[in-house]
Design a protein around this ligand. Structure first.
Ligand code: HEC
Length: 156
């Protein structure tokens, strides 16, 4: 089979330019696919099924100072506070929390289902779970629900 193809190739008048031309499209094409394959899976921007997140709490009038900071203080600030800023993220003030970290914004005001911080504390994926394994007690479903409701209400 190989020999036959080779013979056919030899018969083509512009064999070499043809091969070169194929090389020019196939090689960069494969390279692009390879880069895509590397870039697409993994990473915190992975699609998350919002149906798997704990539901937002019913509580109204939630604020960072009154309702959310205490949760962060208990579970997050030792790594995201004045001493350490893992992932360049601080959660010890509302402004810092809204600013985000290495991956950019982690809170999408008004949309908790799309907020990376919510995905992480809901632990849908143990590799992107906060606090990390052995880094403290996971948040309860009620705490995640409270954070969700706070973000849905505009993260004030
Ligand atoms: C024991 C340390 C530790 C604790 C406690 C902790 N984190 Fe983290 N956090 C990390 C580390 C380390 C990273 C960086 C991970 C990486 O870059 O791969 C990170 C990254 C993050 C990020 C992504 C930031 C970015 O832009 O890259 C978010 C969001 C986050 N943490 C939220 C939280 C929340 C919310 C809590 C508390 C419920 C928490 N973390 C508790 C260690 C911690």
């Amino acid at each position: 089979m190989k020999k036959i193809t080779w013979k056919l190739m030899k018969m083509l008048p512009y064999r070499r330019p043809l091969v070169r031309c194929l090389g020019k499209t196939i090689v960069p094409g494969l390279a692009a696919l390879f880069i895509l394959a590397l870039a697409l899976p993994g990473g915190p921007s992975d699609p998350v099924d919002p149906a798997k997140l704990p539901p937002p709490a019913d509580q109204k009038g939630l604020t960072y100072e009154k309702d959310i900071r205490p949760i962060f203080e208990q579970s997050c600030l030792k790594c995201h506070g004045p001493e350490k800023q893992k992932g360049k993220l601080r959660l010890d003030s509302l402004a810092a929390a809204l600013k985000g970290g290495d991956v950019g914004k982690v809170i999408e005001k008004g949309n908790s289902a799309k907020s990376v911080l919510v995905h992480f504390v809901a632990r849908l994926n143990e590799d992107d779970a906060m606090p990390p394994k052995n880094g403290g007690k996971p948040l309860t479903k009620d705490q995640v629900g409270l954070i969700r409701a706070w973000i849905d209400q505009g993260a004030k």
